[in-house]
Design a protein around this ligand. Structure first.
Ligand code: PEP
Ligand code: MG
Length: 563
């Protein structure tokens, strides 16, 4: 069962098997408590109650317990794997039954299995947050909420089977500066605990049991990479401009308010994207207006007088809410971002109010993600108008004219940009999602990762026409997706007239360097020619040839997700 697939970790001693049995027992107990809490929340929703009672019976089933114990000790397997094996067999048996009632019960078994495994994996996640020595993590998948809590001094690198270069786990690796490679498909099965591995985030490779000459080579490569980065970082005071002197706004993408100082120090001229959902994923009381206000205000004050673009919650997709009963087949096409916020006005209004209050402390701007309907912008503006009126009557300072923009990250917003422009002050193009939705390529799937390319002509053409439409309407257009941080795409974006590039902190030095070697007419020429090319690979070779020899090769060779 795909949902119950977990990592198989063979055990070597009896003591390990006993430990796994104890973990399983503990997970059963926690699952039971979770179900009881859910039952009391459901109250008199009779149907839901009956379902939960059936699930509790399954958790208490002595046969389940016996079979999992047996699987652990006879197969010498970790608890997650034993549970998934036992339950997958039960599901298979149920599904092959003629009786429709029994067949349907397989959904209950799957649900309970998912809960038990989540408890087991959850305990693993906690352990990851409390590492006592530096390690490389190799996993099937690392949830963004776990990745966000990793510490650079403890995690030397990580490698995952799932994900793509723009999945939020990879984005976080860049912002934390942790080398990472994603979309490996079978590393978790292949790499054994305590085996030596090298994570080459530059080229997107993982080397297991490296030879001595490989260790030497990678030690040298790591050193050169750090030196190149440090040399570029030393230029942080120089104004960012093309070689013919056209100034370019280079801003930072941040996920945590604590990154504000580093953003300022590395020469970012503002924050082009503050992904606020990570505050919520990591801080238990982040629904509180005051907690949010403090985080936003800190960033706004630190970066003043430069702008700080605060994006409203973009939960859903690969950043799960853990909402009971919400199992979507296509989460990226489902309950996500502004769709959730408008559905939960009590939560949304607290965030809007916090952002509006922060607008009194500097140049705060508000950005709405995943917009696909003009009505979503109109509704958000309506809420903001009400909040502004409340703040005024309560005498709370704020900027009633705080700029409001949208992320252009659906083809609906890109193709229909003229419909949105009358309602917005600026746009920021989210090329990660725009690429995903234009090419119909899940940004988190390792199986289609090779098809994900923001240099695809269909994506380039949308960016060019959005920027042109914005400029004709006298409005500003930035790019905050990962494409802005790819040195090879910088000449194209500047050639299309993009006003701002916003990238992870670790990529600011490279991009500043890249901007400095481009002159405006070359960029225009390259962009014009790229728009006529039939494929992303031809666009890449066009730019590669044009900038050959002018830019440190080490920074443009890679296609990995490393930071
Ligand atoms: C994007 O989609 O390009 C973007 C910047 O937003 P996120 O990566 O957080 O979805
Ligand atoms: Mg996005």
């Amino acid at each position: 069962m795909e949902e119950l697939r977990v990592q198989r970790l063979p055990l070597s001693t009896r003591a390990e098997a006993e430990h796994e049995k104890a973990r399983f027992e503990e997970a059963l107990g926690k699952t039971r408590t979770e179900l009881l809490a859910l039952a009391s929340r459901l109250g008199d929703l009779i149907e839901g109650r009956q379902l939960i009672d059936a699930h509790i019976l399954l958790v208490d089933d002595p046969i389940l317990k016996r079979d999992v114990h047996r699987r652990i000790s006879e197969g010498m397997l970790n608890a997650e794997y034993a549970v998934s094996q036992v339950l997958s067999e039960v599901i298979e048996r149920f599904e092959s039954m003629k009786d429709p009632y029994t067949r349907e019960r397989s959904a209950d078994v799957r649900d309970v299995g998912r809960r038990i495994i989540n408890q087991l994996v959850g305990a693993e996640k906690e352990a990851l947050m409390k590492l006592d020595m530096p390690v490389v993590i190799v996993a099937r998948e690392l949830d963004p909420s776990v990745t966000a809590g990793l510490r650079k001094d403890q995690v030397l690198g990580f490698a995952t089977d799932e994900g793509g270069s723009t999945s939020h786990t990879a984005i976080l690796a860049r912002s934390l500066g942790i080398p990472a490679v994603v979309a490996l498909r079978e590393a978790a099965e292949t790499v054994q605990p305590r085996q030596m591995v090298i994570v080459d985030g530059i080229h997107g490779r993982v080397i297991i049991d490296p030879e001595p000459d490989e260790i030497l080579y990678y030690t040298e490569l790591g050193k050169r990479y750090r030196e190149a980065q440090a040399a570029l970082a030393r230029k942080s005071d120089t104004p960012v401009a093309t070689s013919d002197g056209r100034p370019v706004e280079l801003a930072a993408n941040i996920e945590f308010s604590q990154e504000a100082e580093a953003a300022k120090n590395c020469g970012a001229r503002g924050i082009g994207l503050f992904r606020t959902e990570f505050l919520r994923l990591l801080t238990p009381d982040a629904d509180d207006e005051e907690v949010q206000y403090k985080a936003y205000s800190h960033v706004v004050k630190t970066l003043a007088p430069y702008p700080v673009i605060i994006r409203t919650l973009d939960l859903g997709g690969d950043k799960f809410l853990g909402t009971p009963g919400l199992h979507e087949r296509n989460p990226f096409l489902g309950y996500r971002a502004i769709r959730i916020c408008l559905d939960r006005p009590e939560i949304f209004k607290r965030q809007l109010r916090a952002i509006m209050r922060a607008s009194a402390d500097g140049d705060a701007r508000l950005l709405i993600p995943l917009v696909s309907e003009v009505s979503q912008v109109v509704a958000t503006r309506g809420l903001l108008a009400g909040i502004s009126a409340d703040l005024t009557s309560d005498g709370i300072p704020h900027n009633p004219h705080m700029p409001v923009g949208i992320m252009v990250e659906t083809p609906a917003a890109a193709i229909g940009i003229d419909l949105f422009l009358p309602h917005v002050d600026f746009v920021s193009i989210g090329t990660n999602d725009l690429t995903q939705y234009t090419l119909a390529v899940d940004r988190g799937s390792p199986y289609v990762a090779r098809l994900f390319d923001s240099m695809h002509p269909a994506v380039l053409r949308q960016i060019a026409s959005v920027v042109q439409a914005c400029h004709e309407a006298g409005k500003w257009a930035g790019v905050c997706g990962q494409m802005a941080a790819e040195p090879l795409s910088v000449p194209l974006l500047l050639g299309m007239g993009v006003d701002e590039l916003s990238v992870s902190l670790s990529q600011i030095p490279d991009i500043r360097e890249m901007i400095g070697i481009i002159d405006t007419s070359m960029a225009r020429d390259l962009a014009g020619r790229a728009l006529e090319l039939p494929s992303a690979s031809e666009v890449r070779s066009l730019v590669r040839t044009a900038i050959a020899g002018r830019f440190p090769g080490i920074l443009i060779d890679g296609d990995g997700a490393g930071g």
